[in-house]
Design a protein around this ligand. Structure first.
Ligand code: KG4
Ligand code: ZN
Length: 330
C-alpha cells in the first residue's frame, strides 16, 4: 500500500529527512546538524549551509535506499519558505526530483506551519483550531492566530531580532558557541548567586510586539564594562539574568496577546508555544503560569521536535495530501 510521505527540511542549518505514514506513525527520521561548521563564525553562514545540505541530504537518501521504502511513497514534500534560499533550493529540487521520478504529488510546505504542527507529533488527538501561537525561533518571534490548518493571522511580531537571535548574539559575546540558547539555559541553572544583574530588559511597551535589540546592546555594554570579572560563575550569573529577562518578557507579552484575543475573538482557549526557543524549560514554565491564570491550555512540542526537523514538515504534508484526496481527518 502506498501510504508513506517523505519530507525534507533544509531551511537553515539542519539537514533533515523523515518518512511518516498517513496515520502519522513515524517510520524514519534523520537529522544531520551542521553547527560544527558554523560555530566558529558565531552564526549560520548561508553559502556553507547550502553546500552542507547538498552533501547531507544526499547522504541521508543513500541510507534510506537500503530500507526499500520508495515504492511505498504516496507523496513528497519539502520546506519552501521562509529560510535561506540555498538550502531551500536543495530541499525543494531534491523533493521534486523524487516525486517526478516516482510520478507522485509534491507539496511545498511553509516552515512556520511545520513548527505549529510540531505540537501534534506523538499525540493521539491533534489540537483543535483556532488557537493562539507564540512561535519563537532563531528566525521568528511572532504571535499568530492560527484559525485553521495553514491559515495564520500574525497579530504581533518582533521589530528587530527574534528571541532565539537574542540568545545566540548574547551567547557570542560571552564566548558561547552557536546556537547558544540551550547553553545559556544550562549555565543559568548552574548559577549559584541568583541575583539579577543591572542589564536592562527587552521592550515591555508596544503590547504584543517584541524588541530585543536594545536589550542585547545593554548586555553588551555590561559585559564590556565588567570584562575583567568574567569567570565561569560570572558568566553563569549573566546567563541567569538573560534567561530571566527573556522568559519574563515572553511571558508578559503572552498575557497581552491572550487579552487581545479575548477582546477580539470568542472561544479561543488553547495556546501553542513552538519554535526552537520552546525547548527552554524556564520559558515553558513562565508561560504555563500565565496560561493557567488566564484559563488557556498550553501545548508545546516534545523537546526533540522543538528545533527544526522534517517530521513536523511531514505532518503538514500528510494533512495537505489527505485534504487533496478529500479524506477527512478525525
Ligand atoms: O526553530 P529553530 O531550530 O530554527 C529556526 O527556525 O530558526 O530555532 C533555533 C533557535 C536558536 O536561536 C537557538 O539558540 C534556540 O532556537 N534554542 C533555544 C533553546 N534551544 C534552541 N533557545 C533557548 N533555550 C533553548 N533550550
Ligand atoms: Zn525553525
Amino acid at each position: 500500500m502506498k501510504n508513506l510521505i517523505l519530507a525534507i527540511e533544509s531551511s537553515c542549518d539542519d539537514s533533515c529527512i523523515s518518512i511518516v505514514d498517513t496515520d502519522f506513525n513515524i517510520i524514519f527520521e534523520k537529522k544531520v546538524d551542521q553547527s560544527e561548521f558554523h560555530k566558529k563564525y558565531g552564526g549560520v553562514v548561508p553559502e556553507l549551509a547550502a553546500r552542507c545540505h547538498l552533501e547531507y541530504i544526499q547522504m541521508i537518501l543513500n541510507d534510506l535506499k537500503e530500507l526499500n521504502l520508495f515504492s511505498r511513497l504516496c507523496c513528497v514534500c519539502a520546506t519552501k519558505e521562509p529560510g535561506l534560499i540555498g538550502g531551500l533550493l536543495v530541499g525543494v529540487m531534491t523533493g521534486k526530483g523524487i516525486s517526478d521520478g516516482l510520478n507522485i504529488p509534491f507539496f511545498e510546505i511553509n516552515h512556520l506551519d511545520g513548527h505549529i504542527e510540531s505540537v501534534n507529533i506523538g499525540i493521539e488527538k491533534h489540537i483543535e483550531y483556532p488557537f493562539l501561537t507564540l512561535l519563537a525561533s532563531g528566525g521568528h518571534c511572532q504571535f499568530i492566530l492560527t484559525r485553521e490548518f495553514c491559515e495564520k493571522i500574525i497579530i504581533g511580531r518582533t521589530l528587530d531580532d527574534s528571541a532565539g537571535e537574542a540568545f545566540d548574539k548574547i551567547g557570542k559575546m560571552l564566548g558561547i558557541e552557536y546556537p547558544a540558547g540551550k547553553i545559556i539555559e544550562q549555565n543559568a541553572l548552574l548559577c549559584k548567586n541568583k541575583e539579577m544583574l543591572p542589564i536592562g530588559s527587552p521592550m515591555t511597551e508596544n503590547d504584543i510586539n517584541f524588541s530585543f535589540s536594545g536589550f542585547k546592546t545593554s548586555v553588551m555594554r555590561y559585559i564590556e564594562k565588567n570584562k575583567h570579572l568574567l569567570n565561569n560563575e560570572f558568566i553563569n550569573q549573566i546567563c541567569f539574568s538573560v534567561q530571566e529577562k527573556i522568559s519574563h518578557n515572553l511571558a508578559i507579552k503572552t498575557e497581552s496577546a491572550i487579552k487581545f484575543i479575548n477582546k477580539n475573538y470568542q472561544n479561543i482557549n488553547n495556546f501553542v508555544l513552538c519554535g526552537g526557543v520552546s525547548a527552554n524549560k524556564g520559558i515553558i514554565s513562565k508561560i504555563q503560569t500565565i496560561c493557567q491564570k488566564n484559563q488557556f491550555n498550553l501545548h508545546t512540542p516534545q523537546l526533540k521536535y522543538a528545533t527544526d526537523n522534517a517530521t513536523m514538515i511531514a505532518f503538514v504534508g500528510i494533512k495537505k495530501y489527505l485534504q487533496n484526496n478529500n479524506i477527512i481527518l478525525h
